[in-house]
Design a protein around this ligand. Structure first.
Ligand SMILES: C[S@@+](CC[C@H](N)C(=O)[O-])C[C@H]1O[C@@H](n2cnc3c(N)ncnc32)[C@H](O)[C@@H]1O
Length: 309
């Protein structure tokens, strides 16, 4: 039963607050589907935003702005672009990207790659319900997706938002294989480099005072994470990408707020390849070269200086 003294929403928000519809409209982008946001539980059933979902929406919109700018550089201003979203989870990003960018243009395709089959099923069902025919969801690991025939040979943009651990590295390998024009990466924590640093710690401490940087376990983790992203950037540059690293504003509460934007130029930077190899050697991480950076030109060759046509 309704409480007799329940105040209307306007009154609860104070006399100067805008009515709920206007307040909500201010948070949404033009033409944005309210139905989708309800389905994603960003909006409540009665169309309201709570504090958490307001923040989530702001974050995704912020990231969307970067993505939109890049997509507009593509032929036809990105109207027929293909995007692979790795470690898609519930596919907030994919759905909102489709809704804001591709739905109004009537084209494009987004492939959400996610290992958890139940999330893939849920996303498929939601895309069907909403008639988002340009969205495809594949229950695959990022590494598997690179050779899956369910994806097109060329992908214009790779996104990976907090894809766990080495899934970001796999997303980079995927982007290189697909010659993606753009990669938009927000790495999650990564344990592989820290594990290697830990394993070779005693040797490194004997060899260089630099090893003090990762002597304490907390520092091992922190520098491992920092170094991972530095190596990723150098690898991208060595493989023909121009890289920008920035902060994903709005994610201030999270430690994982580094945004790596990579744009394919075809110019393979030999100095980046050399630096990458030098850093691997300095940190005792040479074992990672073959596994994580297979496209590096062999050490000591001039191949890295070659420019692609
Ligand atoms: C932290 S969630 C991020 C989800 C989503 N991108 C977001 O930001 O809301 C990471 C997701 O990546 C998935 N994942 C982890 N490793 C993966 C891999 N190697 N291949 C595909 N998906 C992976 C997990 O199952 C999880 O759903």
């Amino acid at each position: 039963m309704k409480r007799a003294n329940a105040r209307p929403p306007q009154a609860r928000q104070g006399a100067t607050a805008p009515p709920p519809d206007a307040a909500l409209a201010a948070e949404l982008r033009p033409g944005q589907s309210v139905e989708l946001l309800k389905e994603l539980h960003i909006l409540t059933r009665d169309g309201r935003l709570n504090q958490d979902s307001r923040r989530k929406l702001k974050q995704v919109h912020h990231l969307y702005q970067f993505i939109e700018t890049l997509l507009l550089e593509l032929p036809d201003q990105g109207a027929a672009a293909t995007v692979a979203d790795h470690g898609a989870g519930k596919s907030y990003l994919g759905f909102i990207l489709h809704d804001l960018f591709f739905r109004p243009r009537g084209g494009g395709a987004i492939y959400g790659i996610e290992t958890r089959a139940e999330l893939v099923e849920r996303s498929r069902a939601l895309a069907d319900r909403l008639g988002f025919s340009g969205m495809h969801f594949l229950a695959l690991s990022v590494a598997e997706s690179a050779t899956s025939t369910a994806l097109p040979e060329k992908i214009d943009m790779v996104t990976a938002l907090h894809a766990c651990d080495t899934a970001t590295d796999d997303a980079i390998a995927f982007g290189l294989a697909k010659q993606a024009r753009f990669m938009v990466l927000v790495p999650c924590c990564q344990a592989e480099v820290a594990a290697s640093l830990r394993q070779n710690k005693a040797l490194s401490l004997a060899r260089t005072p630099l090893a003090e940087l990762w002597r304490h376990p907390l520092h091992t983790r922190e520098i491992g994470s920092q170094l991972t992203n530095v190596l990723r950037c150098l690898y991208l540059e060595a493989c023909g990408y121009q890289v920008t690293v920035t902060e994903l504003v709005g994610w201030e509460h999270s430690m994982k707020n580094e945004l790596i934007l990579a744009r394919r130029t075809g110019h393979r930077k030999a100095s980046a390849a050399q630096r990458l190899r030098a850093l691997l050697a300095e940190f005792g991480l040479q074992e990672l070269a073959a596994r994580r950076f297979p496209a590096l030109p062999p050490a000591g060759t001039a191949a890295g200086a070659a420019q692609e046509a």
